[in-house]
Design a protein around this ligand. Sequence first.
Ligand SMILES: Nc1ncnc2c1ncn2[C@@H]1O[C@H](COP(=O)(O)OP(=O)(O)OP(=O)(O)O)[C@@H](O)[C@H]1O
Ligand SMILES: [Mg+2]
Length: 225
Amino acid sequence: MIFQMALLTFQNVSKIYPPYFKALININLKIYKGDFVILTGPTGSGKTTLLKLIYREEKPTSGEIFYEDVPYSKLKKKELSLFRQNLGIIFQDYKLFPELTVYENIKISLVLSQKFVKNDKFLIYEYLERFKLSEKAQKKVKELSGGEQQKVGIIRGIIRDPEILIADEPTGNLDPSSINEILEILKDFHEKGKTIILATHDPIILNQNLGKTIRLNRGELVEDV
Ligand SMILES: Nc1ncnc2c1ncn2[C@@H]1O[C@H](COP(=O)(O)OP(=O)(O)OP(=O)(O)O)[C@@H](O)[C@H]1O
Ligand SMILES: [Mg+2]
């Protein structure tokens, strides 16, 4: 067997929110390039916290996370920003600008990514079409339904074609047929060789056997299949 270096490694990682709430306790795990990781567990078990540690919105209280073989704590600012450019994030709370239009919200994420896109208008409409949102392009985000906003959040996460996609409950507000559509989109994305880390308790997704399942309970990793 050829040695494959893990893309991300958690080594004895704990996260304590001040003053003393243990959100994650001694987590050890490895994620490889091309994995489709499903992170599950009850509300409050630490899924979002684990994802935030990956995209560095939070830092571990103890332990270390490695990107390939480099500890995060040793990543220089420039390396960290490069790493973030390879990362697409679908936030549990969408993080959209309510006063801007759907189109503008997506455009901003393309501009911020600094990735050169030849015809971004065409690309944005292609995605809107795929997500059945073309008619809403010029509507303000605050005028959309929760599920429609969630779809815009998903487009923002994947439109830059990142190498690693972090998706935090991306289907929480969607009906079963929309969930299945999103799943097809995520599967296609994964088939291009991308790495996906998806937090969910959606039974439709959990029943699909998409890849490795990691289960958290009260901050502890109880199952790593
Ligand atoms: N910034 C914070 N400060 C203090 N406690 C926090 C903070 N963020 C999360 N927590 C606590 O850490 C625990 C884990 O939260 P987290 O958001 O990671 O759970 P989750 O598994 O994503 O839950 P859900 O399924 O509801 O999204 C919760 O009990 C939460 O109250
Ligand atoms: Mg969460």
